[in-house]
Design a protein around this ligand. Sequence first.
Ligand code: SME
Length: 157
Amino acid sequence: MFSETGLAIDELFIGETNFIANASNFASFVYHNFSDMNWVGFYFLSNNELVLGPFQGNPACVRIALGKGVCGNSALQRKAIIVENVNDFPGYIACDPHSKSEMVIPVIHSGKLYGVFDIDSPVQNRFSVKELELFESYLELLLNSSNLIPLECYYHI
Ligand code: SME
């Protein structure tokens, strides 16, 4: 898939290993190339809670405790979560009133949890397992292309 700038996902990271820069372009790439997404971005683990990272969309909640909301549950359980209807998820954290469904994927590299990648949609039941697998493969590219050590220092992972 090519972005509006003509770049494919694996071309986004060529010649760049800065994780925050690559994660920022990653969020922008997804936001601009898929339909029906109102928020796309990262939360990174920091001192045992999730802290807002690079994203596209409206300003969002900055800190999420592990085990809270969709993001905190995905991080704690280290598993992806697809929420068909956010009203049905106990403890859902409403950052953007437009969000109707959500998908959260844990960001794990070499067995270490770095945080989560979160996508919100204004449409109910927006996310499929097929797309989840696609985004997991994108995340693998991002993680394999980037140096995570500065992130660990900044976010105290
Ligand atoms: N809805 C999320 C909070 C983050 S925002 O969607 C950007 C949750 O329940 O964890």
